[in-house]
Design a protein around this ligand. Structure first.
Ligand code: XMP
Length: 515
């Protein structure tokens, strides 16, 4: 077992997932309770996660120094590197250059941590921090550097304490799994037990959580909620009602397509509720993205509650015997500030956006999974391709792809532009290679010239993203001819648009959705 001490990084849970993938159990603990829990569970290794704080700041989170004297190997990642540097007697200072996103790292000294990776050969790593260790602690040796961070990896080989500045857990870091595997098997000497039976574990969880209750499953047509609905139906049959709410914030023709897939391919009964008018009315005049997300969360719950009263007679009061089952996955949880020391990035409507005092108990069987894991499950269940590879679509839908107030007119423009983006990407054979590709209504009017006349029109942004687990993302290098075709088609086929721009921001620092 490996213990991960969570200093509040957005990717702490992903460290756990990587280790789980390597076949090793792990527990995530908060710094204040770490020593006591480690003494109890005696793990084979300790990992210190990243985090948003600074070791010399007021909010600094540290651990009991005794943790370093237990004879258990330690690996500090990002902020965890600073904790090692600072607590072992080195010096941490604010860097002069920020390093967010990708950079290259070079190993300068052999170490079991980097076994199997070439010495003095640069590879890509992802960083997200500002401070750095300027003086190494006594007895520590430098293992590697980046262009701006001299001590980007260091170790005390004798005591098996390691520190790296970059995030090996994110998909965009090359050799990340190798580094974890070296730490776990070569340094901590863990056994490789392997991973089995994920689907039956989920079914067991659903069976136990639901008992004799009736269940509503909120489906969106995405792979997460479809997997949950499918497995729940398998376990409890007709006690499940799968509901799809047509919020009016869906992509063009989406509702029609999803109805067809559920009926003909998954053979799952689906109830479609048309709530377009109510959602648009509730969003009228609202411009703040977090407010929009919360309103949408509330509207979803209201719609489910209304349906709940239909399923369980009102005489029994609010459906005590009714549960809501959701396809929430881990990135939704963490970005909504799901752990004690993490910071809220945005309120994913299905986590923090849902009001607390509703009468429905929520069950989330995929809460600790990542998208690529859910896709693997869907493959095993022989799901249709249209669901497995369907680009991720956020619960609040096009409302978070329209900057500012959502109106029917803006939705109409965005739907047309978005359809063109997706069509062109499919035509180019790129759809399955891209995490998401979509259009954004930027709410910026600019001057254009059409047919020799001035036209003050809308600006559409195009975003295409490469990601594996949602936590980090790179913008996708769409070929110029594809971009050109998208731009030409949008400006000619969508009357109101005079300008098309391409978003070339990685995550971090930008998130995928604009709002
Ligand atoms: P961000 O914008 O946070 O998006 O980088 C990461 C992934 O999550 C999706 N997303 C959401 N999914 N409810 C969801 O179910 C939400 O409120 C929500 N907000 C963002 C987004 O589409 C991307 O794939």
């Amino acid at each position: 077992m490996i213990t991960i001490i969570d200093f509040g990084s957005q990717t702490t849970h992903l460290i756990g997932r990587r280790i789980r993938d390597l076949g090793v159990e792990n527990e995530i603990v908060v710094p204040g309770e770490a020593l006591a829990l480690i003494n109890r569970s005696r793990p084979k290794g300790i990992i210190l996660s990243g985090g948003p704080a600074s070791v010399y700041g007021k909010e600094a989170l540290l651990v009991d120094k005794k943790i370093f004297n237990l004879g258990i190997p330690v690996l500090g990642i990002c902020y965890g590197l600073e904790v090692v540097g600072h607590m072992m007697g080195g010096q941490v200072a604010s860097g002069t250059k920020k390093e967010y996103g990708s950079t290259t790292f070079e190993i300068v000294k052999k170490s079991p941590l980097f076994e199997g990776i070439n010495l003095r050969k640069e590879f890509t790593v992802w960083m997200s921090h500002f401070d750095q260790v300027t003086n190494l602690p006594p007895r520590y040796g430098r293992l590697g550097h980046t262009g701006t961070v001299a001590n980007a990896a260091f170790s005390d080989e004798k005591r098996k304490i390691y520190a790296i500045m970059f995030h090996p857990e994110v998909h965009h870091t090359e050799n990340g799994n190798k580094i974890f595997s070296n730490f776990i098997y070569k340094i901590c000497k863990e056994n490789n037990a392997g991973r089995t039976g994920v689907i039956s574990e989920i079914e067991k969880y659903i069976r136990e959580e639901i008992g004799d209750n009736k269940v509503i499953c909120a489906v969106s047509g995405g792979v997460d909620s479809s997997v949950v609905a499918y497995l729940t139906y398998k376990v409890i049959g007709n006690k499940l009602t799968s509901l799809y709410v047509d919020t009016g914030l869906m992509r063009d023709d989406e509702t029609k397509e999803i109805k067809m897939i559920f009926k003909d391919k998954l053979k799952l009964p689906l109830k479609v509720i048309n709530a377009k008018k109510e959602f648009l009315e509730a969003l009228k005049g609202v411009t703040d993205p977090e407010k929009k997300r919360k309103i949408i969360g509330r509207m979803f719950i209201r719609t489910f509650e209304k349906e709940a009263l239909r399923l369980v007679p009102p005489a029994q009061g609010i459906p005590k015997k009714l549960m809501l089952i959701h396809g929430t996955i881990y990135p939704d949880v963490i970005e909504s500030a799901g752990t004690k020391h993490s910071v809220r990035i945005k309120t994913h409507h299905n986590v923090g956006g849902v009001p607390k005092n509703h009468g429905l108990k929520i069950v989330e069987p995929l809460r600790s999974f990542y998208k690529d894991e859910v896709r693997e499950i869907a493959e095993k269940l022989k799901f249709p391709k249209e669901i497995i590879h369907r680009h991720v679509f956020p619960g609040p839908g096009l409302a978070v792809r329209i900057v500012g107030e959502v109106t029917e007119k803006k939705l109409e423009i965005l739907k047309k532009a978005d359809k063109i983006v997706v069509e062109e990407i499919k035509k180019a054979g790129l759809y399955d290679k891209i995490w998401m590709a979509f259009a954004i209504f930027t709410n910026i009017k600019t001057t254009g010239v059409v047919g020799d006349e001035r036209k003050y029109g809308e600006t559409i942004a195009v975003r295409a993203i490469d990601s594996k687990d949602t936590m980090t993302a790179d913008w996708y290098e769409l070929p110029y001819p594809v971009l050109r075709r998208i731009s030409e088609r949008i400006t000619t086929e969508v009357f109101e648009v005079v300008r098309v721009v391409y978003d070339i921001t990685t995550k971090p620092p930008g998130t995928m959705e604009w709002e």
